[in-house]
Design a protein around this ligand. Structure first.
Ligand code: ZN
Length: 219
């Protein structure tokens, strides 16, 4: 879970929230089932009209808000309600309850825990709570008892050590490992060498599981 600065609520959501929520609650009462959301089209900072999923993806760099994997690998972009819409219908269109989520993390379904970590909460950083390992697993490293409890709850809720996720991480780490700096070959000037390195290394934002690579950069 990579820290995230939540952008401002799109105006289209803000102005339609009350009416959309009323319609949601009414339909839920009438059918006895949790209806699907009707997300309004929203405009990004440059005025382009788009789906809410796409707008969120622009702000997360196409990474899932929870597991941080690149959405290109994990199927369609979905919007998750941190507090599920089936239990908290009044929060169904509340901006601070919405996160971009991959199909892996959506498997949590209607399970929730108010103590789970949020990537946009004040003071959140990956290294305060978690650590990635080269075998693809992740573990809790929080020192403080409350931090530890919240990290463990989050790990379990999102099933972040699920077999598929672990396999995905291991593959990503192998593919995107920063190559060890090799000595320059005779005849290869430093400019050509830097171009070679740029081609070999995807940008930080394009790497799956950015926190793993930021740990690499630190160490
Ligand atoms: Zn995810």
């Amino acid at each position: 879970m990579h820290p995230w600065n939540r952008p401002q609520e799109p105006a289209e959501l803000r102005t339609q929230r009350a009416a959309l929520t009323r319609a949601f609650v009414k339909k839920r009462r009438a059918t006895g089932k949790t209806p699907r959301c009707k997300w309004p089209k929203v405009r990004n900072a440059t005025g382009e009209l788009m789906t809410l999923q796409k707008l969120l993806a622009e702000h997360t760099g196409r990474h899932c808000n929870y597991c941080d994997n690149l959405m290109d690998y994990t199927g369609p972009k979905t919007i998750d309600h941190f507090l599920p819409k089936s239990r908290f219908p009044c929060l169904v269109y509340v901006w601070s309850n919405l996160y971009l989520c991959c199909t892996y993390c959506q498997r949590k379904g209607t399970r929730y825990n108010k103590k789970a970590l949020r990537p946009d909460e004040l003071g959140y950083s990956f290294s305060r709570y978690f650590r990635y390992h080269r075998d693809g697993t992740m573990s809790v490293v929080a020192n403080d008892k409350t931090d530890q409890e919240r990290a463990e709850i989050t790990l379990r809720l999102l099933d972040l050590n699920d077999d598929e996720m672990v396999k995905d991480r291991r593959r990503a780490f192998m593919q995107h490992q920063v190559p060890r700096r090799r000595p320059l070959r005779a005849g290869l000037d430093s400019y050509t060498a830097s171009l070679r390195d740029a081609v070999q290394r995807p940008s930080f934002e394009d790497k799956p599981f950015r926190d793993f690579f930021s740990q690499e950069q630190e160490s």
